[in-house]
Design a protein around this ligand. Structure first.
Ligand code: 9MR
Length: 453
């Protein structure tokens, strides 16, 4: 309110008849407005980020909870409802009631959804807990495919694999029946998820990764390996269940992952301890300082919603009042930082003869550009007739493709051609499919053109 009054009084000043004074007045108004966001979601959105929370379907009838959810947050994670035990209680029998409820509530209120989690050694349904080996591997991959397909096109990012690394000094994988199906289970899961929902970002998510330590380094090495071999991974989730300040290298750790070319996300933030407000500020500032940090999710809304009973680790009291930690987060979001620069450009091309006809398609690009590189997602849309194969050409003048998914590639810079893979050749009339690639350098000016083949 104070900012608003200040900006109004400044805007009255231009009675002084110099252009400079008018311009100064205008500038100040813009700045004050941009800094005046009063909710977490709106404050995060100023730098292109999101601010989310875990939601429990059972609480969607609680008016205080829903009011805070709808007012403060623009991203939602199902706390339990999209996990394996909830979505496939019996082998091959899927139940999406809780997950759908959360998703529909979020989407109808303009929020996006993080999917959590396709494979996790905990909350496996009983039938899967009793399985091993190739039978389990098949069930796991079917689970990934079925759930990602059910939510296709609706999920911003999936935690494809959750908590697969061991605590302590080994830097290696955690033992589980999932792990015992073979060390390649994680990449197999990522590939299955990409095939099922090419539009979702695919994340690896874990805890005790709040600084450079053996566990986070083990994950870092896996992500680097995945990137070098073209395994489709787009993001790493840092759960950040903390007590007081994170380690001093929290931001540096986020940055080293970002430098591998993945988005980083703070996925389950809650902080206990008497330095809570300060610690929330430190974590939020760290995300704001890392361009590829796309957003923050707290693991619940009010202290009474937390899984950490009695520790009061969240931003709102049990009665829904804002805590000092809330103000620390809001201020850090409002202070700004380098945003993930997402630009969307649209290019339409191709027609076989005049007007729309069989074989038409269009290609549009959504570009996520950061200082050193970019991820481009290309959407191929069929015209008035179905496609049975397609070719897209892009121009990459100042960059090099390092990794791509869901298309065959010819070339890495300059004119690069992309053709469908088996599973996305057929696109019904008016429908779309997506492929993507990552590169170093600048991805602007891709100017995609599409042709049926
Ligand atoms: O908050 C979730 C709680 O309601 C469940 O009982 C618990 C089951 O293990 O999972 C909690 O959420 C976890 C999340 O899915 C993964 N990271 C750790 C979270 C806290 O345990």
């Amino acid at each position: 309110m104070l900012m608003k009054l200040t900006s109004r009084s400044v805007s009255l000043v231009p009675i002084v008849s110099t252009v400079a004074a008018v311009a100064l007045g205008a500038t100040l108004i813009v700045t004050a407005t941009a800094n005046a966001a009063t909710t977490l979601g709106a404050a995060a959105a100023q730098s292109g980020r999101y601010f989310g929370t875990a939601v429990a379907a059972s609480k969607l009838g609680d008016q205080t909870y829903v009011n805070l959810l709808n007012t403060e947050f623009n991203m939602v994670t199902a706390e339990n409802e999209m996990k394996w035990d909830a979505t496939e209680p019996n082998r091959g029998q899927f139940n999406y009631s809780g997950g759908d409820r959360i998703l529909n509530q979020a989407v109808s209120n303009g929020k996006r959804v993080r999917g959590h989690a396709l494979l996790w050694y905990q909350q496996e349904p009983g039938w899967a807990q009793r399985m091993e080996g190739s039978d389990l591997r098949q069930a796991m991959m079917n689970h990934v495919t079925q759930v990602a397909t059910h939510y296709k096109g609706k999920i911003y990012a999936w935690d494809v694999v959750n908590e697969a690394f061991a605590d302590g000094g080994s830097g290696g994988r955690r033992d589980s029946n999932l792990q015992r199906t073979g060390n390649d289970w994680i990449e197999a899961a990522f590939r299955a998820a990409r095939a099922a929902d090419p539009g979702a970002k695919l994340c690896y998510n874990d805890y005790n990764t709040d600084g450079v330590n053996p566990k986070s380094t083990g994950i870092y090495n896996m992500v680097r390996d995945f990137k070098s071999r073209g395994v489709p991974i787009d993001c790493v989730g840092f759960q950040s269940h903390l007590t007081n300040n994170p380690p001093g290298d929290y931001q540096a750790n986020l940055q080293r992952f970002a430098d591998l070319g993945v988005e980083v996300q703070i996925t389950e933030l809650d902080i206990a301890g008497n330095q809570q407000a300060n610690a929330y500020g430190v974590v939020t500032k760290a995300c704001m300082a890392v361009r590829a940090c796309a957003g923050i999710t707290t693991w619940g809304i009010r202290d009474t919603d937390s899984w950490r009973g009695g520790e009061n680790p969240l931003l709102f009291t049990g009665s829904g009042a804002k805590k000092p930690a809330y103000t620390a987060v809001l201020d850090a979001l409002n202070a700004g930082g380098p945003g993930p620069t997402t630009t969307t450009t649209t290019t339409t091309t191709t027609s076989n003869g005049p007007g729309p006809g069989p074989g038409d398609c269009t290609a549009t690009v959504s570009l996520n550009q950061w200082a050193e590189g970019f991820v481009a997602t290309i959407k191929v849309t069929a015209g008035s007739a179905a496609l049975h194969g397609w070719r897209v050409t892009t121009t990459l003048s100042n960059g090099t493709v390092t990794n791509s998914w869901s298309a065959n590639r010819s070339g890495t810079s300059g004119t690069v051609s992309w053709t469908n893979v088996d599973y996305n050749a057929n696109v019904p009339a008016g429908q779309s499919t997506e492929f993507g690639f990552q590169g170093t350098g600048n991805g602007s000016g891709l100017n995609p053109s599409c042709a049926a083949s």
